[in-house]
Design a protein around this ligand. Structure first.
Ligand code: C2O
Length: 482
């Protein structure tokens, strides 16, 4: 199924089952080694490995950048996340393909993708085998193996299944939600200016951010866990090829991209000279057409479900709210530390709607949200935290999956906590639609109209650890409704 597109991005685990060093994978390894040799001392070659990674982020101060470098540009926590990374991957793939061809490899080489979310294939929670091998088939050092990864990820370690969850992303009907005050990130992220995002979309959180943290580890953070180093791990590009594929798949049902000109006409520029790519979001909405011209061997399709647009009359097809700004029901702005144990807080409902929040939840079109703002800090107890509502006192969170509101990933938290960077100092915001959760708890007799208890549970890393030395906190917890 190539839709006639000349390039087909294929599933790395399927290729790996055929052969750890399937030609598509071996050529990737060889080409990465060639790009790495172009690094030199200053990374000035726009087709060198470290130059390409620094486009995403770099620890080098701007006065140490080569002339004309367009570095530290990654778009996160906003509606530009998906199109920016799509163009970034396209830029990278063009450069890689040229190297493969010059080295007498296949002229239709395309970046494979790492799909890890299929519960029928638990082996895919591990890094594909070629990323754990010491040597290329030629006997040379394998550049796909990097040491700066989470515990045991280069051995028998695997991602926690919660890190690859796609259900939250898949259930989103709107690409973005932008009602007054900013509701939630929807599928693709909150409305924001360039490099100023604070609200990730559901796909950016999981699997995207959580897989970053799972591969890179949280304490210390390996390459995949920071914007400045993520692109240096060759698995980054296959992870993003899969996120890109999820976007393509999500659209193939009733779901739509934004139609706002501020999104469609935003342009993304990469590289320089002969290695330059400049495209707008509107140029890359169909991957099978020029200038992209790639298809995926298989697209994941969201289940057609009851939560389709007509079941949510409060929303337009883009996911914008029709009835104006969300209303606050209660706020708690005492910071909650995210530690190596379960931490809890409570929101007193001080402005309940007439029928109560549970009344809103069962009403046609009414929705209830839990919003976490100002998540910031530098040292992480874990890479991912699960968020629960109204857990019984002393309960083991894992025993109460039906109380789970969602997850927050720490990818980008450190960056969003530094006031002197383009990603701002305000921390990250997360927003969960808890409408169905409220209904469920009410049915079980576990909903109280006057107060919402919120608990945060760390998910151990691939080595089974959580870490006591942490300083991340949630600045404010709000419950609101429309
Ligand atoms: Cu810009 Cu997955 O990162």
């Amino acid at each position: 199924m190539g839709n006639g597109a000349p390039y087909v991005r294929r599933d790395i685990w399927e290729l790996s089952h055929e052969n750890t060093w399937h030609p598509v994978i071996e050529w990737y390894g060889r080409a990465v080694a060639i790009l790495q040799r172009r690094d030199g001392t200053d990374f000035a070659d726009p087709t060198s490995w470290s130059h390409l990674a620094a486009i995403h982020g770099t620890g080098l101060p701007p006065n140490a950048w080569p002339a004309g470098a367009l570095w530290r540009q990654c778009e996160h926590n906003s509606w530009f996340f998906l199109p920016w990374h799509r163009v970034y991957l396209h830029h990278f793939e063009k450069i890689l393909r040229a190297v493969v061809i010059a080295d007498h490899g296949p002229s239709d080489w395309a970046l494979p993708y790492w799909e890890y979310s299929d519960p029928a294939r638990p082996e895919t929670l591990r890094l594909p085998p070629a990323f754990r091998e010491k040597q290329l088939p030629s006997g040379k050092v394998n550049p796909l193996l990097v040491q700066a990864r989470g515990p045991r990820m280069n051995a028998e370690g695997r991602l926690d299944p919660t890190f690859v969850a796609v259900d939250e992303a898949w259930s989103q009907t709107g690409f973005t939600e932008s009602a007054g005050g900013g509701a939630s990130g929807g599928f693709g992220g909150g409305v924001a200016l360039r490099l100023a995002g604070h609200t990730p979309g559901a796909l950016e959180i999981s699997p995207h951010g959580s897989v970053h943290m799972g591969v890179g580890g949280s304490h210390p953070r390996g390459w995949m866990s920071d914007f400045a180093t993520a692109g240096l791990d060759p698995i980054f590009w296959l992870h993003h090829a899969n996120i890109d594929r999820r976007w393509a798949g999500w659209l193939s049902s009733t779901r739509r991209n934004p139609t706002a000109r501020e999104w469609l006409q935003e342009r993304f520029t990469f590289g320089s000279g002969a290695a330059r790519t400049e495209l707008a979001a509107e140029d890359v909405l169909d991957t099978t057409k020029a200038p992209l011209s790639y298809a995926f061997d298989r697209l994941p399709i969201p289940p057609v479900e009851r939560r389709a647009a007509e079941a949510r009359p409060g929303l337009t097809t883009e996911g914008r709210m029709r009835d104006g700004a969300p209303k606050v029901a209660g706020i708690n702005d005492t910071p909650v530390p995210l530690t190596d144990a379960v931490s809890t807080t409570a929101v007193r409902i001080t402005a309940p709607p007439k029928k109560g929040l549970h009344g809103i939840a069962v009403e046609r079109g009414g929705r209830v949200f839990l919003k976490l703002e100002g998540v910031r800090g530098q040292r992480l107890a874990a890479g991912v935290f699960l968020v629960y509502v109204n857990l019984p006192v002393g309960a083991q969170p894992a025993d109460f999956p039906d109380h789970r509101a969602g997850q927050i990933s720490m990818f980008g938290v450190a960056e969003a906590s530094q006031p002197d960077t383009p990603h701002g100092g305000g921390g990250l915001n997360f927003s969960f639609d808890i409408t169905e959760l409220v209904t469920r708890l009410r049915t079980k007799g576990q909903w109280r109209p006057e107060r919402v208890d919120v608990a945060f549970a760390p998910v151990p890393d691939s080595g089974g650890q959580v870490h006591p030395d942490a300083d991340v906190s949630v600045g404010r917890v709000t419950v609101y409704y429309v």
